[in-house]
Design a protein around this ligand. Structure first.
Ligand code: NAD
Ligand code: GLY
Length: 359
């Protein structure tokens, strides 16, 4: 088992990574203020992993309330959040009840938000079961639901007490979802870890074959990178924004196409290509480097062309991004391969990048 610590001053916690860590119920038990948990999951994950976790916890004398939500990004809403509150209140769950998120980023983000506000805050644990959630969304305490006018617009920063990333759960992950997770993996290489980007270029086929060692290394490296960035800037006042490379374009793709049509990771991949086109137009990366980014995304089974929503629609959707500051859209820019910064893009560059990077 690999352990990465997230060293946030007011609330440090561990990420346990390995095959079979889902069985670490003693670790969970030791963190509970009361032997009572609610496991929040969805209709796809419940038949795979709920019973095993529930029985293992109950065998330790822990009371378990399972809450099974509908599956899909389109259900990452205020209405679905209310189903969690309905179940918690009906079962008279107290302030010391711990919420456990068993699922991907949608379940993790909604459970974290529910934990942040239920009775003004209850403890929660992340058990991420997608690659995307294991390398990104379960770490760092960003929680949210979507609003029809914008992605992840309603939420809170709220840290989990523990993250259990069981690599065995990835065995059942559909290949399209696995590739979507690789988009966030590649993101870490691009934003500030050139060595990892180059490792990915060499090892992408092993990752696509879900090689145990390659996967364990990649998940650990991503979690180390995220833990470092989040510990330095929990509330995104500065460098945490770098984790949003490709996301300004990507969120516009998700909202513009209708939530759930493009997977989040797919939208981020196409968004990173648009950011790479912008960087090429501004001569901060070379044509060869643009080609390397494209080749790695393609080898990971990801789209490298964005949908043609039209430049006006992209600009309008991006004007609602959370990074908008005093009315100006902020982008994460590639200042060179493996190094990024936050900044603005002239509108003519945005339009030219869209022209180069859309279908
Ligand atoms: P997801 O949660 O929708 O999961 C993808 C699909 O895989 C779902 O159908 C799910 O039921 C299924 N699934 C999950 N685990 C499985 C398993 N082990 N076997 C079989 N099927 C499984 O999507 P995701 O890609 O995990 O997360 C995307 C979400 O994460 C988006 O809403 C995005 O905004 C959010 N996100 C949040 C952060 C953050 O920092 N909080 C970071 C990145 C992304
Ligand atoms: N996924 C972006 C962040 O956690 O900040």
């Amino acid at each position: 088992m690999r352990i990465v610590n997230v060293d946030i001053a007011h609330s440090p916690y561990d990420i346990l990574i390995g095959k079979g860590v889902l069985a670490s119920v003693q670790t969970i038990k030791a963190l509970l203020p009361l032997p009572q948990v609610a496991i929040i999951t969805n209709t796809t994950i419940a038949p795979l992993y709920l019973a095993g976790l529930q029985h293992a916890l109950e065998a330790q004398g822990i009371g378990v309330l399972p809450i099974v939500l509908p599956d899909g990004e389109q259900y990452k809403t205020w209405e679905t959040l209310n189903l969690i509150f309905d179940a918690l209140l009906t079962a008279r769950c107290e302030r010391k009840t711990t919420l456990i998120a068993l699922g991907g980023g949608v379940i993790g983000d909604m459970t974290g938000f529910a934990a942040a506000v239920y009775q003004r805050g209850v403890p929660f644990i992340q058990i991420p079961t997608t690659l995307l959630a294991q390398v990104d969304s379960s770490v760092g305490g960003k929680t949210a639901v979507n609003h029809p006018l914008g992605k992840n617009m309603i939420g809170a920063f709220y840290q989990p007490k523990l993250v259990l990333a069981d690599l065995s759960t990835l065995d059942t992950l559909p290949s399209r979802e696995f590739s979507a997770g690789l988009a966030e993996v590649i993101k870490y290489g691009l934003i500030d870890d050139l060595e990892f980007f180059e490792w990915l270029e060499v090892n992408i086929d092993r990752l696509m074959a879900r090689d145990d060692d390659a996967l364990a290394y990649a998940v650990e490296r991503c979690c180390e990178n995220k833990a470092r960035i989040v510990a330095a800037d929990e509330k995104e006042n500065g460098q945490r924004a770098l984790l949003n490379l490709g996301h300004t374009f990507g969120h516009a793709i998700e909202a513009g196409m209708g939530y759930g049509v493009w997977l989040h990771g797919e939208a981020v991949a196409a968004g990173m290509m648009l950011a790479a086109h912008a960087a090429r137009l501004q001569s901060t990366i070379t044509e060869v480097e643009l080609g390397r980014i494209k080749a790695l995304l393609q080898a990971a089974g990801l789209p490298v062309k964005a949908p043609d929503l039209g430049a006006e629609r992209y600009l309008s959707l991006m004007a609602q991004d959370k990074k908008v500051d005093a009315g100006k859209i902020k982008f994460i820019l590639l200042e060179k391969l493996g190094q990024s910064c936050i900044g603005e893009l002239p509108e003519d560059i945005v339009r030219a990048a869209l022209a180069a990077g859309c279908n």
